[in-house]
Design a protein around this ligand. Structure first.
Ligand SMILES: Nc1nc2c(c(=O)[nH]1)N[C@H]1C(S)=C(S)[C@@H](COP(=O)(O)O)O[C@H]1N2
Ligand SMILES: [Mo]
Length: 313
């Protein structure tokens, strides 16, 4: 991001632009909502999907195929390890993600410190294929597993004074070489307004492509907010606090002019150094138009009624 001083078209290595588009044969076991619903219906026999009805490709609701697994896990942004997108795959390989406790507190009735395994067991797992748009101008389509952040928020019961949720990443320079070499104000911090956190699209992801989340993609637990630029989706979360004041994210602290709190994907509001009107979908050639709220406008526009999105960028 800002510190690299790169133009967006320098960001994605040529190999990845041109990675051959093979049909995606997924190993994901489809325990689809359709299958579960079918089992509850009296006419279950007729409605259980046949093998032919199970998609052989993972697609988002706009019809785009999921990005190749090797691209999703081989090309990551994870500054705690490196600012080079190809390096976290190797550097994060031995990152210790178990045991891992998440501390949840601040303005809540039920603060808790809980093992991530217990969190995962406590809430229903959902599978979502979401677009992810990096502020730098590239995007992917990613199949996640996780649970709704809303489920956790309801459990811990924020008090009436809670307006925002603050997420804190990991500070562990021994394991995270990027924290030794960079002068960023670690740990990585992000935030959401409480109503954004309660939205049905907002996930805490614990899996990717039907498997456990890879370390380089944020294991053991990360945020996924698909209508916002990728940097909001903080990896390797240690702490979640409910607060009254708007949290200052790491990127706001580094350059608030370039990276705002809301960071909603918006083709009409350029980054000070480049346009946000289009994006490079990893695995495709050419660019495609960037969609308002990354294509989730119907679902999220009500959160921002009456707000000037050029000011609250
Ligand atoms: N802790 C942490 N979370 C992070 C980042 C990071 O450097 N550290 N990078 C962000 C950015 S800029 C993007 S685009 C997404 C990338 O997610 P991915 O690497 O899983 O595709 O993670 C976000 N979450
Ligand atoms: Mo990003």
């Amino acid at each position: 991001m800002m510190v690299e001083k790169k133009k967006p078209d320098e960001i994605t290595p040529q190999e990845l632009y041109q990675s051959r588009r093979t049909f995606l044969k997924t190993s994901l076991t489809i325990t689809s909502a359709a299958a579960l619903l079918a089992a509850c219906k009296p006419t279950a026999v007729e409605t259980i999907p046949t093998a032919a009805a199970i998609p052989s490709e993972l697609v988002d609701e706009l019809g785009s195929s999921a990005t190749l697994e090797e691209d999703i896990t081989g090309f990551t942004n994870y500054y705690e390890f490196s600012s080079n997108k190809l390096k976290p795959t190797e550097l994060a390989q031995d990152f210790i993600t178990s045991p891992w406790t998440v501390q949840i507190g601040g303005l809540v009735e039920n603060p808790q410190e809980i093992l991530v395994e217990e969190l995962i067991a406590r809430y229903s797992t959902v599978e979502r294929v979401y677009r992810m748009r990096c502020v730098e101008g590239w995007s992917m389509v990613i199949p996640w597993q996780g649970f709704l952040l809303k489920d956790l928020v309801e459990d811990v019961k924020p008090t009436k004074d809670a307006v925002y949720v603050r997420f804190e990443g990991t500070f562990d320079p021994e394991q995270m070489p990027g924290q030794q070499y960079s002068t960023y104000p670690w740990p990585y911090v992000e935030g959401l307004r409480l109503d954004e956190a309660m939205h049905d699209l907002t996930l805490l992801a614990t899996g990717i492509y039907g498997k456990d989340l890879t370390p380089q993609n944020g294991a053991p637990i990360r945020l996924v907010v698909p209508w916002k630029y990728g940097f909001k989706s903080i990896k390797a979360i240690r702490k979640i606090d409910f607060v009254e004041e708007m949290p200052t994210s790491l990127w706001m602290a580094l350059s608030s002019r370039e990276y705002g709190f809301y960071a909603n994907v918006n083709p009409n509001v350029p980054h000070p150094r480049w346009s946000q009107a289009s994006e490079q979908r990893i695995g495709e050639s050419g660019r495609r138009d960037t969609l308002m709220f990354n294509g989730y406008e119907q679902e999220v526009q009500d959160l921002y009624t009456g707000m000037d999105l050029t000011v609250n960028f």
